[in-house]
Design a protein around this ligand. Structure first.
Ligand SMILES: N[C@@H](CCC(=O)N[C@@H](CS)C(=O)NCC(=O)O)C(=O)O
Length: 212
């Protein structure tokens, strides 16, 4: 049985949504960030970077949320979360997953933890303001991909990119210009939230509305 090391609303949420989507048995293992459990010796043995999430599948241990999403999708081709190898859809799925994990997610971390980017207390707010501006540009770019009326980010098929984007859009919910207020992202996020698997993941992490 899969074990997903998680903390509510952390980067574990996208893999969690996919596990619900797939329907394979899994167990959630809480990593209590309030107790610094992600920096404990036991956890560092699973993920030496001390970050959440980790997926354990028998003897296999994987960290990095995007890698976990890819692994789960590959293990369960019947769930159709990753288009076939060699197709343009596969290339675009990988393209957007990379964009999300190393561009938007990174910028969100700058916004939430500006103290990691400067030792100057007076500069904290400026770092945050610039990060928020850049997040806004990224959300606009993402929204523009949906302008042709497609149901999901890659096309008509729900993929792992949708779970990942949904997680990151949720993280913007308290920004001045959250994803849910953008014209193309708003209906897309409602479609995402209507999925029973997404609802199960959000609820079982104890998250409350508004979900995005
Ligand atoms: N690139 C990593 C980032 C994971 C990450 O930063 N997780 C956060 C929680 S959302 C964390 O564990 N932060 C603790 C820390 O940075 O010390 C991934 O996507 O898995």
């Amino acid at each position: 049985m899969y074990q997903l090391y998680y903390y509510p609303n952390n980067a574990s949420l996208a893999p969690h949504m996919l596990l619900e989507e797939i329907g394979a048995p899994f167990k959630l293992e809480l990593v209590d960030r309030t107790q610094q459990a992600h920096k404990s010796a036991n956890y560092l043995r699973l993920n030496p970077s001390g970050r959440i999430p980790v997926l354990v599948d028998g003897d296999l241990v994987i960290f990095e949320a995007a890698a976990i999403c890819l692994y789960l999708a590959e293990q369960h081709p019947e769930a159709n979360l990753l288009p076939a190898i060699g197709t343009p859809q596969r290339a675009h799925t990988l393209q957007w997953l990379m964009y999300l994990t190393n561009t938007l997610q990174t910028e969100l971390l700058t916004y939430f933890y500006p103290e990691r980017w400067t030792t100057d207390q007076a500069a904290l707010e400026q770092v945050r303001v610039k990060a928020e501006e850049r997040i806004g540009e990224m959300l606009d770019l993402l929204g523009a991909q949906l302008a042709d009326g497609r149901s999901w980010f890659i096309g008509e098929q729900y993929t792992l990119v949708d779970a990942y984007l949904g997680m990151l859009c949720r993280w913007t919910r308290n920004l001045n210009r959250p994803a849910r207020d953008l014209p193309q992202l708003a209906p897309y996020l409602q479609r995402l939230l209507a999925r029973p698997a997404v609802q199960r993941a959000l609820k079982s992490e104890g998250l409350t509305e508004p979900w995005v």
